[in-house]
Design a protein around this ligand. Structure first.
Ligand code: FAD
Ligand code: NAD
Length: 479
């Protein structure tokens, strides 16, 4: 006999668990199905983000940045340290403790909100029936008036560098090295390559990043990308090789030899560890029974409309398994929207104000359109930027690299994009998100009082610079 629910959610990542909690809060009888098992075979909630993604990577980024500061910056502050060393095992344990707290917290939140959890693999069949194969092999049949697919994504593997869980790893393996690799290769100068490459570089690895494309961070505003590239290669010591296409690899005596081609021809590099970070793909394996009726697009994403409705009425899909940026907060917002739609509300999401952050040091963050996109749209726009080098707080923090750039519509003055390369950019970008969500003009930011001394004063100055009115720099353009 099938158990009846108003909503059955498959997957408990930031998309699924947020959708389930919201649905329960809205009075819907809600179930969630999650198959994740930790290395010691314990069920865990929170998906990629909490278990092996956003949270563990940020824990290691924080630890490695502290070590780097202690090694390079403390002396400048007049602080002397002797016998500085890294205990990678302790760092990894701290990361695992944080993961444990958060994943346990999600389990508690689901329970506290009255969501019924099923620990096992869910498969959607016809008529919104979800069959769950529990971890002990037993099965449960659930019937949902509505079903939300939130099964996430997995790393893309490429034939030249098959992962082996030892010398060649994906992002998950790169969060678990037990010592600092002497020479580390990274394939892909995307978000994961830059973040995890930075972690191990700061801890002492010599890091070479091989990137197939000739352009660095093509999705970012290129003024910011250029600044960041210069910093990462000249100051942070990452050896980023653009236009380097990997063609093969060979594991020899615990090392891996990578073959790649660039404009000069074929080359080889040998590494102690190799991280493959060439993107992620939607994950639906074993989740969609043939008769379920849900269509996938040509790239394997579940086909949905603007409000995450799949091709089957009453079946929705959210997060990494559908189109759009693969970001935790995007999945969570879609989860909230879908729960509200199911509860009968008219909910919509603004995909134009989703922030992007790369948690390097300094951080890269942006919201809205880049100058390159506006140029190719033929838009009439104006730009203001302000360097962190002129910000007093940044000087006090020894964090004067980078800039804030704001783009506004030339006629309406409405903010079209904010782009930041700066220490703390991940927090500063929220100002751009809120401004754009409230359809603010550059003038709205110009007329706002910013606390002094803060790095956010660069946001104020960049807004002023949009109309050549910056106070703490000489405006080059005539008003
Ligand atoms: P997921 O988090 O992938 O969760 C899907 C869940 O569904 C999993 O728990 C899986 O076990 C479960 N599942 C799948 N199929 C079934 C089934 N048939 N039955 C039961 N359960 C199933 N994003 C950010 O916004 N900020 C960051 O800083 C960030 N850092 C990242 C760092 C790394 C190293 C990685 C790999 C990713 C990072 N991301 C980050 C991306 C982020 O993790 C994803 O965008 C996010 O996890 C997607 O959420 P989701 O709910 O769609 O899917
Ligand atoms: P990505 O798409 O950001 O970068 C992959 C890079 O690999 C690209 O630059 C691509 O040109 C390059 N590449 C592809 N094939 C290659 C090859 N054969 N040789 C050399 N280079 C190659 O993907 P990612 O870094 O793996 O991250 C996956 C997803 O996870 C991202 O889309 C992102 O949304 C999400 N994520 C987000 C965060 C964050 O928000 N801070 C952090 C980590 C991951």
């Amino acid at each position: 006999m099938a158990q009846q629910f108003d909503v059955v959610v498959i997957g408990s990542g930031p998309g699924g668990y947020v959708a389930a909690i919201k649905a329960a809060q809205l009075g819907l009888k809600t179930a969630i199905v999650e198959k994740w098992l930790t290395k010691d075979e314990k069920p865990s909630y929170g998906g990629t983000c909490l278990n092996v993604g956003c949270i563990p990577s940020k824990a290691l980024l924080e630890s490695s940045e502290k070590f780097h500061e202690a090694q390079h910056d403390f002396e400048l502050h007049g602080i002397g340290l002797k016998d500085l060393k890294v205990d990678v095992k302790a760092m990894v344990k701290r990361k695992e403790d944080i993961v444990g707290k958060l994943t346990g917290g999600v389990a508690g939140l689901l329970k506290g909100n009255g969501v019924t959890a099923f620990e096992g693999k869910g498969m959607l069949k016809a008529n919104k029936v979800v069959e769950v194969t529990l971890h002990d092999g037993k099965t449960e049949t659930l019937e949902g008036k509505n079903v939300i697919l939130a099964t996430g994504s997995i790393p893309i593997e490429i034939p030249p560098t098959p992962t082996n869980g030892d010398t060649i790893v994906d992002s998950e393996g790169a969060l678990e090295f037990s010592s600092v690799p002497k020479r580390l290769g990274v394939i892909g100068a995307g978000v994961i390559g830059l973040e995890l490459g930075s972690v191990w570089k700061r801890l002492g690895s010599e890091v070479v990043v091989l990137e197939a494309m000739d352009t660095f961070l093509p999705a970012a505003d290129q003024a910011i990308a250029k600044d960041a590239f210069k910093f990462f290669t000249k100051k942070a010591g990452l050896d980023v090789r653009l236009g380097a296409r990997v063609t093969g690899s060979e594991v020899k005596k615990n090392k891996v030899e990578v073959t790649f081609e660039d404009s000069e021809g074929e080359k080889k590099e040998t590494f102690d560890k190799l991280i493959v970070a060439v993107g992620r793909r939607p994950y639906t394996e074993g989740c969609l029974d043939k008769g379920c009726g849900v269509s996938l697009d040509e790239r394997g994403f579940v086909q949905v409309d603007d409000q995450c409705r799949s091709t089957v009425p009453g079946v929705y899909a959210i997060g990494d398994v559908v189109r759009g940026p693969m970001l935790a907060h995007k999945g969570s917002e879609e989860g909230i929207m879908v729960a509200e739609i199911i509860a009968g509300h008219n909910a919509q999401m603004n995909y134009d104000t989703i922030p992007n952050v790369i948690y390097t040091h300094p951080e890269i963050a942006w919201v809205g359109k880049t100058e390159e996109q506006l140029k190719s749209d033929g838009a009439d726009y104006k730009v203001g930027s302000f360097s962190m080098a002129a910000i007093g707080r940044a000087m006090a923090q020894n964090a004067t690299d980078g800039q804030v750039k704001i783009i506004a519509d030339a006629k309406t003055d409405r903010i079209l994009g904010m782009h930041i390369f700066a220490s703390g950019a991940s927090e500063m970008i929220a100002q751009g998100v809120i401004a754009m969500e409230f359809a603010s003009s550059a003038e709205d930011l110009q007329l706002t009082c910013f606390a002094h001394p803060t790095n956010s004063e660069a946001v104020h100055e960049a807004a002023l610079a949009v109309d050549n009115m910056a106070i703490h720099k000489v405006n080059r353009k005539k008003r």
